[in-house]
Write a protein that binds this ligand. Sequence first.
Ligand code: AMP
Length: 140
Amino acid sequence: MPDCVFCAIVDGELPSHTVHETDDALGFLDANPLAKGHTLVVPKDHHERLDDLPSETATGFYGAVHEVVPAVEAALDAPATTVAVNNGESAGQEVPHVHAHVVPRFPDDDAGPIHALFDDRPHRSAAEQSDLATVIAAEI
Ligand code: AMP
């Protein structure tokens, strides 16, 4: 995809600090890391959002994430990672090429869980949750 920074990295037109490469995916260090060792994993093919990925690409992409996570934890001696996808502009996605963030986490890093993104949580009754689950399930 012209003008896509991650396609340019995949094609070798832009430099990256690559940590992992498979047939389907590439892992490289984030240029503006949230923490030391913050790594991105991208599918090699250009797709904007998770729901755009063909299932084989999704499988290869997640396979690479699955391999990168323990490697980042081992290399940084991190007891945990936050693994996150900003899936769409409204969720904060800035680069419109699917990517998973793998961020090393430590007990004293004060970054909090992803639950900290939301101050107010809607109260949902059991009946409302049941109806909603049915609606979502019908979309699959
Ligand atoms: P997002 O907001 O989820 O789209 O995150 C995009 C991420 O890509 C940010 O964390 C950026 O620091 C990172 N990024 C942007 N350009 C580059 C690049 N050329 N090499 C590595 N990481 C990049």
